[in-house]
Design a protein around this ligand. Structure first.
Ligand code: HEM
Length: 509
């Protein structure tokens, strides 16, 4: 029995290797590091992948083949090739590769993030563009964002003015995580799971446990993801996935039911959950799709905004001249006897430039999300066989010295000198991707980041802890699909506005 299993495995390996060889001979693939048998380049890739790919691109060129086991991954690192991938050949490269874990979570792409490009995707994307992220809904949900940003200011003020804390540094991320969590859960689920003292209620505790459990699954993936023919040796813990899915569905259904009852009593509401339930028939949305979409927003919207603001703050404590210029603009436009609101944005061009500059240098998803080819396609003159994965290194192309002057310098002025749209229209800087799969939450993300950053800088003077020099700030990234700072930023916050402007302005919606 065991022998026949091994014979089958060896035969399968022989077939896979022959197929790979045949593919390599038949196609003119992009150059890249020499792959090892079976594992490909998997063990050559350094943990911070986008930096490793950028180093390799310097050797092999702006389009490379990198083998994850038996799967061909093509990495492009220049703005011209990004245009080819995300604009000219966009339609043939708009599927997603799904790990087994992503496949389980998304019920084989019944959501948006992990859906392949096809009728389901087009329908769900339409719901996002026309309904969830429409300018009208974004505006209707503005009071939630403004409430939560004032809650963030309040929590920092309380920590910074506590007797034993005055003049001490605080961990910036701790305060950003709270505002992002509350913002996205309120926007999607219409729920503030924490009370004004910051204590989670029962549903919130369950919600956080589900998020944490989901992350654990994602992290436990192995070599088997990339090598088809050994996958059978590493079966998934189906029971754990089923249990996790059931737990997530149970909580979501309870919240959906609460919203249905509230709507019956009190008319229309604006949260994503209400939008999706009221549009369910019009767009023929299954329950799996509604639940999948709601959780997509948590996955895609929470960490990305926290990461962006933390990096921006790191740049601002390292570059006090830029911080001062932002404060001058805020004081000129808003003054010191009221707080900023989103309607001030058009009058704060330097703040907008600082956000763009920060997203240029520190895109939170530096390799975007992976795309997959649905047909054989040519990119940069090379063959990309159907089924290959495509990654655009948006981190590398936004630092390309052929395109940017002094690319490593944090200089928001470069966006004053040239008006550049960072939402997927200019291929020199693509923090949100571009084309069909461009981030649907880009405007929301920009609003959140701009609002958080504006308030942080208007309300406080930020400096490095005593004895820490600008060059000591650890600017390395953590490995992973999203790039948190390796060492959470610590900075000293000194209030600079009258005391009554630090209270949370709560809104009940
Ligand atoms: C600074 C903040 C953000 C950044 C930099 C960002 C960036 C990105 C990127 C690079 C992609 C992949 C594009 C591609 O594969 O071509 C993406 C996809 C996505 N983002 Fe964002 N994002 C941000 C905030 C948000 C927010 C706030 C939401 C919603 C609440 C959101 C929802 C999504 C969704 C649903 C997708 C999947 C789109 C698809 O597959 O068609 N994002 N985002």
């Amino acid at each position: 029995m065991a022998l026949s299993t091994w014979t089958a495995a060896v035969a399968a390996a022989a077939i896979v290797i022959t197929a790979a060889l045949w593919r390599r001979l038949r196609f003119r693939l992009p150059p890249g590091p020499r792959p090892w048998p079976v594992v490909g380049n998997l063990y050559d890739i350094k943990p911070v992948r986008f930096r490793c790919f950028a180093e390799w691109a310097a050797r092999y060129g702006p389009i490379m083949s990198v083998w994850f086991g038996t799967t061909l991954n093509v990495v492009v690192s220049s703005s011209d090739l990004a245009r080819e991938v995300l604009k000219e050949k966009d339609q043939l490269l708009a599927d997603r590769p799904r790990s087994r874990s992503a496949a389980r979570f998304s019920r084989d792409g019944k959501d948006l993030i992990w859906a392949d490009y096809g009728p389901h995707y087009v329908k769900v994307r339409k719901v996002c563009n026309l309904e969830l992220f429409s300018p009208k809904r974004l505006e209707a949900l503005r009071p939630i964002r403004e409430d939560e940003v004032t809650a963030m200011v309040d929590s920092i003020y309380r920590e910074a003015t506590r007797k034993d804390k005055v003049g001490q540094s605080l961990v910036v991320r701790n305060h950003l995580s709270g505002v992002a969590f509350n913002n996205i859960t309120r926007l999607a689920f219409g729920k503030r799971f924490v009370n004004s003292e910051g204590v989670l209620d029962d549903q919130g505790t369950e919600f956080k446990a589900i998020v944490a459990n989901g992350l654990k699954f994602g992290a436990s993936l192995s070599l088997a993801e990339y090598i088809d023919w050994i996958r059978w040796m590493f079966p998934l813990d189906e029971e754990a996935y089923t249990k996790h899915g059931a737990r997530r569905d149970r909580l979501t259904r309870v919240i959906m039911e609460e919203h249905t009852q509230a709507r019956e009593k009190g008319g229309a509401r604006q949260h994503f959950v209400d939008a999706l339930l009221t549009l369910q028939d019009k767009y023929d949305l299954s329950e799996d799709t509604i639940i999948g979409l709601l959780w997509d927003m948590i996955t895609a919207g929470m960490d990305t905004t926290v990461i962006t603001v933390e990096w921006a703050m790191a740049e601002l404590v390292k570059n006090p001249g830029v911080q001062r210029k932002l404060q001058e603009e805020l004081d000129r436009v808003i003054g010191t006897d009221r707080i900023m609101t989103e309607s001030d944005f058009p009058n704060l061009p330097y703040l907008q430039c600082a956000v763009k500059e920060s997203l240029r240098l520190h895109p939170p998803t530096p390799l975007m999300l992976p795309h997959k080819a649905t047909a054989n396609v040519k990119i940069g003159g090379f063959d990309i066989p159907k089924g290959s994965n495509i990654h655009v290194n948006v981190w590398a192309l936004a630092r390309d010295p052929k395109v940017w002057t002094s690319p490593l310098e944090f200089r928001p002025e470069r966006f004053e000198e040239e008006d550049i749209d960072i939402r997927g229209h200019d291929f020199r800087v693509l923090p949100f991707g571009a084309g069909r799969r461009v981030c649907p939450g880009a405007q929301l993300g920009i609003n959140l980041v701009q609002s958080m950053l504006g308030h942080l800088i208007h309300h406080f003077e930020w400096s490095l802890p005593e004895g820490v020099k600008a060059e000591d700030v650890d600017m390395r990234e953590n490995p992973g699909m999203v790039t948190f700072m390796h060492t959470p930023l610590k900075a000293v916050a000194t209030p600079r506005l009258p005391a009554h402007l630090y209270d949370r302005v709560a809104v009940d919606m």
